[in-house]
Design a protein around this ligand. Structure first.
Ligand SMILES: [Fe+2]
Ligand SMILES: [Fe+2]
Length: 155
């Protein structure tokens, strides 16, 4: 990957007011294997960005990379350790998209569109929450792909 590509990716997120908050919060907990939620979210964001950019360049798809990257960084902003045994955490897979969307709105001023993208990222597990636009579909698929590789490689 060349330098300007990486620079473009980070420019969508590092200048956001809430970035240091996100970094601090998401580093507190692990997601898959030894991957912190921060690292997982960054992986999902970067992969989503690459897919979105490919479609924009190749097909002129008009995918909003800014919204896509920001939503990806916030998609698992549930702010608890889901590995801890508790009745609430048992339903984590179903409930965390809504919790993350609410936190994204409360702490990071996420727009309605971003909240919807976050809410639908666990589809088809959350059967009625179907991704409604291109950014939501990309995030939903890239999250699954990334989680699979993180679990396999345990990094
Ligand atoms: Fe998630
Ligand atoms: Fe995720």
């Amino acid at each position: 990957m060349n330098y300007s590509y990486e620079k473009e990716f980070f420019s969508h997120i590092v200048h956001q007011d809430y970035y240091s908050f996100l970094k601090r919060e998401l580093k507190k907990y692990n997601q898959h294997g030894n991957t912190t939620i921060f690292k997982h979210s960054r992986n999902v964001a970067f992969y989503s960005y690459k897919v979105g950019k490919f479609f924009n360049n190749k097909f002129g798809s008009k995918i909003d990379l800014d919204i896509l990257i920001q939503s990806a960084y916030m998609h698992d902003l549930f702010m608890y350790d889901w590995h801890e045994k508790s009745n609430l955490h048992r339903l984590h897979g179903y409930t965390h998209p809504k919790v993350a969307a609410k936190n994204a709105s409360n702490y990071c001023n996420a727009s309605k569109k971003m909240q919807k993208i976050i809410e639908t990222h666990m589809w088809p597990l959350t059967i009625t929450k179907i991704p409604k636009n291109k950014e939501a579909w990309i995030l939903c698929l890239c999250d699954k792909h990334t989680a699979f590789w993180e679990t396999i490689h345990r990094h």
